[in-house]
Design a protein around this ligand. Sequence first.
Ligand code: GTP
Ligand code: MG
Length: 223
Amino acid sequence: MDLVLPCLDEAEALPWVLERVPPGWRALVVDNGSTDGSDRIAREFGATVVREKRRGFGAACHAGLTAATADIVCFCDCDASLHPAELVPFVREIRAGEADLVLGRRRPKARGAWPAHARAGNLALARLLRRRTGLRLHDLGPLRAARRTDLLALGLTDRRSGYPLQMVVRAADAGWKVTEHDVPYLPRSGASKVTGTWRGTFQAVRDMSRVLREVPERTGVAS
Ligand SMILES: Nc1nc2c(ncn2[C@@H]2O[C@H](COP(=O)(O)OP(=O)(O)OP(=O)(O)O)[C@@H](O)[C@H]2O)c(=O)[nH]1
Ligand SMILES: [Mg+2]
């Protein structure tokens, strides 16, 4: 199993995350130009470090997917907000052929884990997603598992905050079975880059709106 961990200045969170990677899994920490020694810490804790110079959550995730070699690839944030072992049953579900993409629905376990505006934004997005794809999801969380070659075949192009949404939209368009399971959401370690800042929130809304405006690709259908 390859576990992709996008990482931008997560020195504080990395030990917690890497100590919880399930045994036998390879942790691919994608260093997105950290200046706090994240790459050194990642190596110390046994991870493989992949470098991605281009900034952006999607750029980091995609570099990890490209570097991965395992049949199934998992994704988890590197900010200690999600326990990597929550992915174990996700992988089992993919292996059993019961789903093509499994997503974690974040359930905050402490006050402050998920600011109100971020929750509201995410819920609104889930509704738009439902209208666009018919999928009844409640969250577009970063904890995910899918088969590597299937993911690559989706040809994802977003390299910023729209990446997780584009993955779900294109998976739905391709007829994948997408499932969702509750996962505990903990307050992140270190500073938030997206929902804790105006700039991050604004960019996320813009990137996601762009993805939702994309016209579905009609693969195999003559137009
Ligand atoms: N935002 C952002 N995150 C990156 C980037 N490159 C890597 N990451 C990592 O992606 C993960 C998610 O980023 P966060 O800043 O936690 O963003 P988020 O979880 O969407 O939102 P928050 O609620 O603000 O935590 C973290 O592990 C980051 O270190 C980047 O360019 N931008
Ligand atoms: Mg986070």
